[in-house]
Ligand binder design. Sequence first.
Ligand code: UDX
Length: 492
Amino acid sequence: CELSSSMGERRRRTHAMLFPFPCPGHINPTLKLAELLHSRGVHVTFVNTEYNQERLRRRRGGGGELRSREGFRFEAVPDGLSEEERASPDRTVKLYLSLRQNCRAPLVELARRVARCEGVPPVTCVVLSGLVSFALAVAEELAVPAFVLWGTSACGFVCTLRLRQLRQRGYTPLKDESYLTNGYLDMPIDWIAGMPTVRLGDISSFVRTLDPTSFGLRVEEEEATSCARAQGLILNTFDDLESDVLDALGNEFPRVYTIGPLAAAMHGRGGDRANGHGGPAGLSLWEEDAACMAWLDAQPAGSVLYVSFGSLAVMSLDELAEFAWGLADSYHPFLWVVRPGLVAGDRGTDALPDDFLAATKDRCFIAEWCAQEQVLQHGAVGGFLTHSGWNSTTESIWAGVPMICWPGFADQYINSRYVRDEWGIGLRLDEELRREQVAAHVEELMGGGDTAKEMRRNAAKWKAMTEAAIAPGGSSYDNLDKLVDELRQDEA
Ligand code: UDX
């Protein structure tokens, strides 16, 4: 409580408690939102799990990002996972279930405890990310409004909302394995408002199930539909990027705040300096490899392909080999993030073929994790081979970098569909990965051909529109003001 008694603290009367699902894809945008709210005079309590908080503290540098400051505190609640569950291959599912079962009461208690600190206002609203809808009950118990920062695109959110109808109308679960390959997933779905040209297979990985009791399908349905219980829905996108789908969504959700891309908004508002730790707002659960920035400095402008599959994706050893040899055969320099656990069996860089490393050593940098936003903003980077997670996609759009997409999970299919067909800034790899196609796509993106030129022109256009959206008077800028006004409406 020692940070709490200054005059500045007393002036902040609106107090937002933010709780993201504990993985980088949710933590990063939620932390950026927290920083933006704090910069607008909102008192912030940002809640991690104790496991992540400890992991951040143990990292080199001692977790300096976690330093609380006036009006902004980091707190933690236990996630309830045993060590055995944490080590299991389906730890994310176990984490989801454990949070649901164990975290409601600790969050309520935490909100009450921080409000007992001198000068700290009571929690006046709860902001949660997707996958922690149980925390809506925390807001209900505290008798304060809840807002959901849903971590995907607007089209990703609408697709998730429609999973229930797809199930009820019999599109999914699939009848048998043959439906995965017989063209069934290419069926046009023309009844989703705002998305007239979508195909069944674009909607989500969760339609690809054969299991009538599919856990993933039910969870996604429930998480999306429960957003209707919140007072507002916050999306990490901007109006011009997804205007049709946002118009349609407005009929169902009257209070949608499109304030993204959050990475750009945070940067644009001087957040890097305001947050007191120098870098872009992020709690990096893995050590960022600083040497890759020096390596990029030595590469010609626009020459490097950045390759990364986010924080959750797991690929097989065969898929890793197809990527490795496709990249080796493309002859362009590349920076590849091979995170611990990227390869099945909890493997990482140790799974890369030795002869691949020898063959590419003059034009490749392998990192276990990097400061992705900075990498994408680096002038040497000319393309991004990505799994199409929404944060990666928006960070790339903001940087004006075209993409090669290899989606595999949840919203990544619809993101890649929009990247390629609606925004014209990317190519897409077949699900069944082949090194020849990897090499050909890299050549198409990084070479100087007409397709590459067209994608670069489009990427530059979307970059400019991103900057306009987050600048004063832009849609995301104004929507953040509206959100803050809404959060503050109970202030005297
Ligand atoms: C998850 C889901 O998988 C994704 O489908 C959904 O859209 C968001 O939540 P994740 O798979 O981790 O996210 O992907 P993504 O959304 O791209 O987020 C990854 C984050 O990690 C990005 O903010 C990226 O900047 C960061 N990152 C990634 C790093 O900081 N360093 C790296 O080396 C790699």
